[in-house]
Write a protein that binds this ligand. Structure first.
Ligand SMILES: Cc1ncc(COP(=O)(O)O)c(C=O)c1O
Length: 384
């Protein structure tokens, strides 16, 4: 069977063998419940604590500022909902952007139904937030802002330093969804100055179903869940010990390799963009060409149905996507591409390739051979 080419690393990543090994030991041998008082329980608790230390160290946080969750979506939900509810006495205005992940936008919609008012900031045609617009949208009732560090569909990196400074000088609590940025960019929550941040293990070659919420010490927070004492009541429920151990191992490996790997991916990314846009007529890049994640290539093939390209590439053994995995399969055009000013038709003619650890030059050469004739073929069918 022909080896498949996986170019959907922003959707998820394969779990590293070293990560599987550490998880296997926990699943088979160190299976205790961290809340149990016996030796098995104490051992499991030590695993959770060590994992917490690893994640905290990786992002410059204190150990007790990390709360494990069942993934990025839950971390975003618990973070935003718990913060907004705790801050409600101070005001009811929240600010975010139109290009956030559905897990953030869904949260804000929920908060709107609780009586909060939300401002959704637009982005430039290149997919970047304007810090001036953030400044201008602040009211005296503004309590909380949430902006992603990098976008999952177009990979654009946001001017977080400026946004955080503005939030700080207006006493606004700042949350960032760092889930797509963390695999490629160093993150130090203290130097950046954010009050809350979210991470997800399956974007960094760790397991699915485990994530983390960073909450700065002393930040007002009202627990959302009712239940046990785990994660200091912020996320009750028996801890996913194997997931935590795997998340920590993946983080350690990431910290060692990120700089070098990001540079390698950047070169591959730029060549893929250059070669595809250079050979295919009416093929253009979505999002800023420079201020973007090193692994993201999001292209619009004008006049061609993106789904047809995706299916054809899948049959050819190439896996890519039409945007975020969460909205893949949905008929709606990407809200991110629409925010850039793309028409619904153009948005539906767009494909996201996200490169990763196993992406090689040879693989991308193969991709570059397959796409141009297929796009041409689809266009000629349309013209007949
Ligand atoms: C930017 C962003 N936020 C949140 C999530 C959700 O994370 P999880 O899949 O761990 O729930 C994703 C996953 O695609 C993402 O890309």
């Amino acid at each position: 069977m022909k080896k498949r080419i996986y170019l959907d690393f922003a959707a998820t990543t394969p779990v590293l063998p070293e990560v599987v090994k550490t998880m296997e030991k926990v699943l088979l041998d160190d299976y205790g419940n961290p809340s149990s008082l016996h030796e098995e329980g104490r051992l499991a608790k030590a695993h959770v604590q060590k994992g917490r230390e690893t994640i905290a160290k990786a992002i410059g946080a204190e150990t007790d500022e990390i709360f494990f969750t069942s993934g990025g979506t839950e971390a975003n939900f618990l973070g935003l909902t718990g913060l907004a509810r705790a801050l409600k006495r101070r005001g009811n205005h929240l600010i975010t952007s139109v290009i956030e992940h559905s897990s953030i936008l869904g949260c804000f919609q929920g908060l709107e139904s609780e009586g909060f008012e939300v401002t959704y900031l637009p982005v430039t045609a290149k997919g970047i937030l304007d810090p001036e617009q953030f400044k201008n949208s602040i009211r005296k009732e503004t309590i909380l802002a949430s902006f992603m560090m990098a976008n999952n569909e177009i990979g654009t990196i946001q001017p977080l330093e400026d946004l955080v400074k503005t939030a700080q000088s207006n006493q606004i609590i700042f949350h960032t969804d760092a889930i797509q940025a963390f695999p490629h960019l160093p993150l130090n929550v203290k130097t950046l100055g954010v009050d809350a941040a979210t991470l997800s293990a399956h974007k960094i070659y760790g397991p699915k179903g485990i994530g983390a919420l960073y909450l700065k010490r002393g930040t007002p927070y009202k627990p959302v869940f009712k239940g046990g004492e785990q994660e200091r009541k912020i996320r009750p429920g028996t801890e996913n010990v194997a997931g935590i151990v795997g998340f920590a191992k993946a983080t350690e490996i990431l910290q060692n390799e990120r700089n070098k790997e990001s540079k390698r991916l950047e070169r591959l990314r730029d060549r893929l963009i250059h070669d595809l846009c250079g050979t295919i007529e009416d093929c253009s890049l979505n999002g800023d060409p420079l201020t973007r994640l090193p692994n993201n290539v999001n292209l619009t093939f004008k006049g061609v149905d993106g789904e047809s390209i995706l299916i054809h590439l899948d049959l050819e053994g190439i896996a890519c996507s039409m945007g975020s995995a969460c909205s893949a399969g949905a008929l709606e055009p990407s809200h991110v591409l629409i925010a850039l000013g793309r028409t619904p038709q153009e948005a539906k003619s767009s494909i996201r390739f996200t490169l990763g650890k196993y992406t090689s030059e040879e693989e991308l050469e193969a991709v570059k051979k397959v796409i141009p004739p297929f796009v041409e073929q689809l266009r000629s069918v349309r013209l007949k």
